[in-house]
Design a protein around this ligand. Sequence first.
Ligand code: PFF
Length: 461
Amino acid sequence: MAIASENRRGMWSSRWLFILAAAGSAVGIGNIWKFPYIAGENGGGAFVLIYLVCVGVVGIPIMITEVMIGREGRSSPIIAMRQLTQRARCSPAWVMIGWMGVLAGFLILSYYAVIAGWAMNYIWLSASGAFESATAQNVGATFDNFLANPWQLIFWQTLFMVLTIWIVGKGVSRGLETAIRWFMPLLFILLVILLGYSLNSGGFEQAFNFLFEIDASAFTDPEIWLLAMGQSFFTLSLGMGAMMAYGAYVPQDAGIGSTVLTIAVLDTSVAVAAGLAIFPIVFANGLDAAQGPGLMFVTVPLAFGQLPLGIIFGTLFFILVTFAALTSAISLTEPALAYLVEEYNAKRKRVAISLGVMCWILGLGTVFSFNLLADFSVVGDLTIFDFVDYVSQNILLPLGGLLIAVFGVWLVPKEVLVRQLGISGGFKLFVWRLVGGVIAPLGVLAIFINILWPLIQGVFS
Ligand code: PFF
């Protein structure tokens, strides 16, 4: 059965290809757009440190668990969880992990395609010289006018979605592998070039201090912990089964621990490198580091527009962002897609198109959050986009990760740990249970409780 499903689903042709694919999923607009702006809005250094703690203590063990479950099940997250819950004789309710992942992937992709569409538009704008010698006002107005026009946003969202679905519809070896083989190395090369460019822009020292100097007051702010945790889940593509789905294609002889460590280091390096590429330009031009989502779409083009060869490097920058977004978007569809193909023997292409259309419709909520429905808030002052982003990144992913850690460490049959991780007992098992089964889930839980505590107190007072 395992072999039949291997044949049907295909395999990564090597461990390195899996690393590239998983890194392709992990590295995305979360690293290049979100990480710098969230760090910028939340004081820089302290946020970065908390984020690194979350990646190390919570992210890596959960990624190991996800890949382990995926490779053991050799099928989509929902089906892998179904098989494993039966084998472990525990409640079928655990399969909910798979369903929550499908929901989270769906929600994330709905807005991911919109933001990635902006990056695509900015390739075009940069290349056409729209930002050459432009003033801050001009660049700001270009972004505002773009956001105010739902038709333009829909156009680029649609283009990005069509590209994603086209690649995804082709299947693992033909679509994903080809895309990843080209995109990932190119992405790393582009980032190194940009970093070199920023290093010479004059603001490097300030940027370095901003990202690594620590303001201790942030450590006591539960909201910053939640943001950093959400960001670490989001950036590592954890908590929704994406890594489980990719893990299903991993050759049996690849070591999961070292593979996951490589992916986490690659992802974190890209986020930090993106910060180190963006902030020197920001500071060299006397711009605001804490301007939020506009950081990438206002500050960066403005800065490139003022620098020599800015057209070339600005264009390259947005090509890089679009590539990174594509390889992530592909993985966002994988849990749902693989499930529908396996469970109903459906045609991959057809399923991809149907999912794409539904996601596209949901994405209109994000599109309108920047124009027609900008004043509409779902709760508090959260627009539809903010709400979908908050729920998926800060609630669904960490919650999924928490359940995955508990299930994968404590409930999964012991032979799975032996086969997949080479852990049979003794000290190794102790460390694995301590880190993966206690520290990681307790970390997530502690952050949740810290956030919820004031609300709970409010209800009972
Ligand atoms: N990790 C991606 C990023 O940083 O942009 C986003 C993402 C992809 C999140 C896949 C979750 C996922 F399953």
